[in-house]
Ligand binder design. Sequence first.
Ligand code: FAD
Length: 288
Amino acid sequence: MKIIDIIKSDKPSLSFEVFPPKTSDTFDTVKEATEKIAMLKPSFMSVTYGAGGGTSEYTVSVAKNIKDNCGVDTIAHLTCINSSKDDIQHRLEALKNAGIENILALRGDITPENKDKIRFDYRYASELVCDIKKYGNFCVGGACYPEIHPESKDQREDIKNLKTKVDAGCEFLTTQMFFDNNLLYNFLYKIREAGITVPVIAGIMPITNAKQIERAIKLSGSYIPQRFKSLVDRYGGDPKAMSQAGIAYATDQIIDLYANGINAVHVYSMNKEYVARNIQANISEIIK
Ligand code: FAD
């Protein structure tokens, strides 16, 4: 099923992101973890893609397994920064052959590890969106940044570029993680004003250990509210308490989002079944 048809319905959706293995040694472990999450029957699941293309085939096989063997619709992420036009055509062929109908089209991060491998067939995700739409029949989504993409000069420029991406054929957007819902509400107001009308899926990252928060800030530059800092200060040293507090914080964010009319929530579950299960249980009456 096309993701746009799931998130356009009035029913609140709850979906989970998982990541594929980096090497074949861990394939079975990852497969098992993603299957356990799929058993929760979320609205859909997304499978990430390694920036260097290292996990491209695993993204397809994990997404296909979830769809075919667990009956859960999937989105495969696809990045383009290290790919030639031919590479992308082959990947689209593989996705089509696997019966995957949804793609999250991304540029990919420029990192010290991959910067020498960057090709210039694609400079921005919008160019990838164009090629996927030309290829045909995929539902295509893109990423957006309530707190601005780190490379953008300012929010006005970032939203202008986002509009180009949507005009290229993005049917929905998924946000970077954020820990203060007001940031999303302000962002939505601004993008609607800029003429971006596609549905936006809110990306929520439950922080279940203190280390994760450092990584999350480094990766996304997200603002951490004092309320959340206090929670990490108080429970960061106690893994079980931190996990419970992090899940409760994410649950609180999600309930506030639904209450304010954001119907589609995507949880960055990091392949942790207990995180996905607990969040789903906490809002079972709300999403029924
Ligand atoms: P773009 O939309 O191309 O934007 C990148 C930058 O270029 C922005 O600053 C934008 O404003 C600017 N820009 C865009 N168009 C133009 C233009 N025409 N002229 C000038 N400037 C322009 N990475 C992975 O490697 N694998 C994943 O699976 C993955 N999944 C993700 C899922 C989500 C929901 C999010 C939010 C991010 C994900 N990422 C993933 C990270 C993503 O690849 C990086 O954030 C990357 O730096 C930008 O990707 P993008 O698709 O948003 O790029």
